[in-house]
Design a protein around this ligand. Sequence first.
Ligand SMILES: O=C(O)CCC(=O)/C=C/C=C(\O)C(=O)O
Length: 288
Amino acid sequence: MVQTFTEAETSRFARIREGEGELNIHYNDCDPGSARETVVMLHGSGPGASGWANFNRNIEPLVAAGYRVILLDCPGWSKSDSIVCNGSRSNLNARVLAGLTEALGLARVHILGNSMGGHSAVAFALDHPERVGKLVLMGGGTGGASPFVPMPTEGIKLLNGLYRDPTIENLKAMMNVFVFDPSDLTEDLFQTRLDNMLKRRDHLENFVKSLAANPKQFPDFGPRLGEIAAPTLVIWGRNDRFVPMDASLRLLAGIPNSELHVFNNCGHWAQWEHWQAFNALVLQFLSR
Ligand SMILES: O=C(O)CCC(=O)/C=C/C=C(\O)C(=O)O
């Protein structure tokens, strides 16, 4: 029988040191009870994003395969403390991930990062190589300009605009660019996402302040990708209008032990748009 989980029953908090203070960090812990390995999933930077919202189609198959799945809500999202990030948000998230894995006694984890989560996974792998098993980078992994697509991309412009003016119309405009086939997006999904956004206007305001303080929240790790020894699966949507597919080629070229899978007819949310094939791909990669 497939074990099912709810957000509420898996909801946890941990206090993580950051600088001179502490952050109250929310995460979901989906533990089958007999797991030998842990997969940490890191969400993207959109308004109202959370681990659960990004990865709810990916949790149960991984738990059914025996993995403990932890969904970290980065500072500035969901039920975690808010923060103004004046430096690298990729490295801030990596420090929080380091604190959480230490608090949970996890010496080594696999990391599945979506967009900003991918950038943060790479930052963590560069700072703590001994604590990374395998990496799955999906729609992210490094900042830096595309040689082919005008930046900021149309998707990022809509994302930044939504932070400034959080309306259902602007949310729909962003989400319709987010995925290749918007027909799968429901009014319920929009409303849930809008409710999550409006519950934490401090997150919205602080993201705008962070961008003003440092427009390059996600550094270009290109020169350091060769340091990553972890086996890495890069997954992208060919029709990604947020972080263009050529970023996947930079990751493939830079990370020595990496491979790339591109989903056709897929936007920026491969783990949601093609979830069955995505889950099978990830499980096969992790099991090797
Ligand atoms: O700007 C970047 O490089 C990262 C963009 C990003 O992380 C966007 C992700 C958005 C979501 O995952 C979401 O809104 O659910």
